[in-house]
Design a protein around this ligand. Structure first.
Ligand SMILES: C[S@@+](CC[C@H](N)C(=O)[O-])C[C@H]1O[C@@H](n2cnc3c(N)ncnc32)[C@H](O)[C@@H]1O
Length: 224
C-alpha cells in the first residue's frame, strides 16, 4: 500500500483475523520504560492508548498506577488482551463502541475517528507506539487533528516514531520525521523531541522488505 492511500479499517481487521500481527511485541517497549517518567505524571492520571492492539505496554502503564483507556478496531485484539491476562471483562455497548472493561482497563472496540472528547474526559496522558506511524501520510494528518480535538488541555503524550530512508520499505510502519511531527502537532501541542538515535540494524521483518537501518525518536507533546 502506498503512502498516499487511506488505510481501510478492513486491512487491520483482516490482519488480526489472519494472525498477521508482527507489530505485537512480546515484551514491554523499552522506550516506554525509559521515557515515561519524563512526562512527570500523577499516577492518578488515566492514560489513553490509541490503536492499542493487545499491547503489553498497557499492563506496564497499569502497574505504574494509571487507569488505561484504549481504542482498537479489532474485537480479536480486545478479547485476547484480557484472555491472555486471565481477566474476564464486562462487555457493554456505549456510544457506538463495544466496551471491554476490567480491573482499571477500558478498551473501546471501534474506530478512533468515531471517538468524541467525552470518551477521553479526564485523560492526562497518551502513549503512542505504532499508532501515528501505522497510518499513511494523509491519514496521519487526520489522526493528529483528531488527537488535538479529543485531548484535554495539558494532556501529555509520549510519541515514538521510526525514521528510514524513503524509497526503501513501504509501510506500515511509515517513516515519520521530526519536521512532520512539528507540522502535524505544532499548532495544538507543545512539541519536544527528547531522544533520537539512528543507525540501528532493521529488524528481520523489515530487512526482508528492503530496509537495512532505522532511526528511533521519542517526543513529548503537551496539548496547549
Ligand atoms: C501497528 S498496530 C499497533 C498496535 C499497538 N499500538 C502495539 O504497539 O502493539 C495498529 C493497531 O491499530 C488498530 N487500528 C488501525 N486503525 C484503527 C482505527 N481507525 N481505530 C482503532 N484502531 C485502529 C489495528 O487493528 C492495530 O491493532
Amino acid at each position: 500500500m502506498s503512502d498516499g492511500d487511506l488505510r481501510p479499517n478492513s486491512f487491520w481487521r483482516e490482519r488480526w483475523e489472519q494472525n498477521q500481527i508482527s507489530f505485537h511485541q512480546a515484551e514491554v517497549n523499552p522506550l516506554l520504560e525509559q521515557y515515561w517518567a519524563s512526562l512527570a505524571l500523577d499516577a492518578e492520571s488515566p492514560v489513553f492508548v490509541p490503536l492499542c492492539g493487545k499491547s503489553r505496554d498497557m499492563h506496564w502503564l497499569r502497574e505504574q498506577g494509571h487507569r488505561v483507556v484504549g481504542v482498537e478496531l479489532s474485537p480479536i485484539a480486545c478479547r485476547d488482551f484480557f484472555a491472555d491476562a486471565g481477566m474476564e471483562p464486562r462487555l457493554f455497548d456505549h456510544g457506538g463502541f463495544q466496551v471491554y472493561e476490567a480491573d482499571g482497563y477500558r478498551l473501546l472496540c471501534g474506530d478512533l475517528f468515531a471517538l468524541s472528547a467525552v470518551d477521553l474526559e479526564g485523560v492526562g496522558a497518551v502513549f503512542d507506539r505504532a499508532s501515528l506511524f501505522a497510518f499513511p501520510a494523509e491519514r496521519r494528518r487526520d489522526y493528529a487533528r483528531a488527537m488535538g480535538s479529543l485531548l484535554p488541555s495539558g494532556a501529555r503524550t509520549l510519541l515514538l516514531t521510526f525514521e528510514y530512508e524513503s524509497g526503501t520499505m513501504t509501510g506500515p510502519p511509515f517513516s515519520v520525521t521530526e519536521e512532520e511531527v512539528i507540522e502535524l502537532y505544532g499548532g495544538a501541542f507543545h512539541v519536544e523531541q527528547f531522544a533520537h538515535a539512528g543507525g540501528f540494524p532493521a529488524e528481520a521483518r523489515f530487512e526482508a522488505r528492503g530496509l537495512e537501518t532505522i532511526a528511533l525518536a521519542a517526543y513529548r507533546l503537551e496539548r496547549r
